[in-house]
Ligand binder design. Structure first.
Ligand SMILES: [Zn+2]
Length: 319
């Protein structure tokens, strides 16, 4: 009997669910607006309803449902599936999510934060396949991370490990969302990248982007990528600067952990080789040679469904 799990990605805007097979393929998708539930108990009821629908479909297709994995941005006791809080969804402080759902559903439930879930998804089904030691990095508004060491997510005793985005690289740098100054997130997150490009354009740097912005296009990592692909020198340089900075930072992690792969996803990673090549170059130059030669830097491959496929991987891994 073919095995499947249900992956659930709880975000501040949408809750995405999917029936996922052991190869990471999404057999069936489902979604609802997080705000369509006005309280925690309503959201729990909705979750149970949507899960029951997917479970019925799995039974109908004669698939063996092994469990449910949930990824959410927040602080979670992974061992007990206990939510300390969700920063973007009010009312979830101190919720024993695993216990509540297991009681209602009579199925194993696994809960982890979304960055860890995404890392595990890439490790099981994506760019991190066939290795044991991997660092995953998601460059979005914030910079999220996950560590897979010896084939398992590394959580630390308080389940707070792998906050890679909040390693300080410049104590006098910009103020970060976490309250510190100069975390790597403030140098390579989407917001900073866009702001920095805008500042340079305003100071008179020549680029096709100036015209595009006058034509009403919105400045984003994607637009800077398009400009670079069109041969714009300024745009290319911005990717090089970001890649070099990130690569220098990652060289330290390579020395620390000797990973086999570093998998990078999210907005700034849209630059593809424009940003990955400078990263590889910086690692080669700045990490110890044996570790540097060993590590591969690759783009993440699970795009839109990364959250729910990663959550499904939590259930397959049994953790
Ligand atoms: Zn920070």
């Amino acid at each position: 009997m073919k095995k499947v799990s249900i992956g659930i990605d709880i975000g501040g805007t949408n809750v995405k669910l999917g029936l996922v097979d052991e190869k990471g393929s999404v057999l069936l998708n489902d979604t609802f607006l997080t705000k369509s539930a006005s309280s925690k108990s309503q959201l729990l009821d909705k979750l149970v309803g949507h899960i029951e629908m997917l479970r019925a479909e799995a039974n109908h297709r004669k698939l063996k449902l092994v469990g449910i994995g949930i990824g959410a941005p927040g602080a979670i006791d992974v061992e007990h599936g206990f939510v300390y809080f969700f920063p973007n969804i009010p009312g979830w402080e101190n919720t024993p999510l695993k216990k509540i759902l297991e009681k209602k559903l009579k199925l194993p439930v696994f809960v982890d934060n979304d960055a860890n879930a995404m890392a595990l998804g890439e490790f099981y089904f994506g760019a991190g396949k066939n290795v044991k030691h991997m660092i995953a990095l998601t460059l979005g508004t914030g910079v999220g991370g996950g560590l897979v060491l010896d084939g398992k997510l590394f959580h630390g005793p308080a389940f707070s490990a792998a906050e890679i985005g909040h390693m300080v690289v410049d104590p006098d740098g910009p103020v970060c969302g976490c309250g510190n100054r100069g975390c790597i997130e403030t140098f390579v997150g989407n917001g900073y990248f866009v702001k920095e490009v805008k500042r340079k354009l305003d100071s008179g740097e020549k680029s096709v982007l100036t015209r595009w912005l006058q034509e009403g296009k919105e400045l984003s990592p994607k637009l800077v990528q398009e400009a670079a692909r069109a041969g714009d020198r300024f745009a290319k340089e911005q990717w090089e600067i970001t890649g070099e900075r990130l690569g220098t930072f990652l060289a330290g992690l390579v020395n620390l952990l000797n990973p086999e792969k570093i998998v990078i996803g999210g907005g700034v990673a849209l630059g593809g080789d424009l940003v990955l090549e400078p990263i590889r170059k910086a690692i080669k130059k700045k990490a110890f040679p044996i570790a540097a030669r060993f590590v591969k830097v690759l783009p993440a491959v699970l795009s839109n469904d990364a959250g729910l496929v990663g959550a499904a991987a939590l259930a397959f891994s049994g953790r």
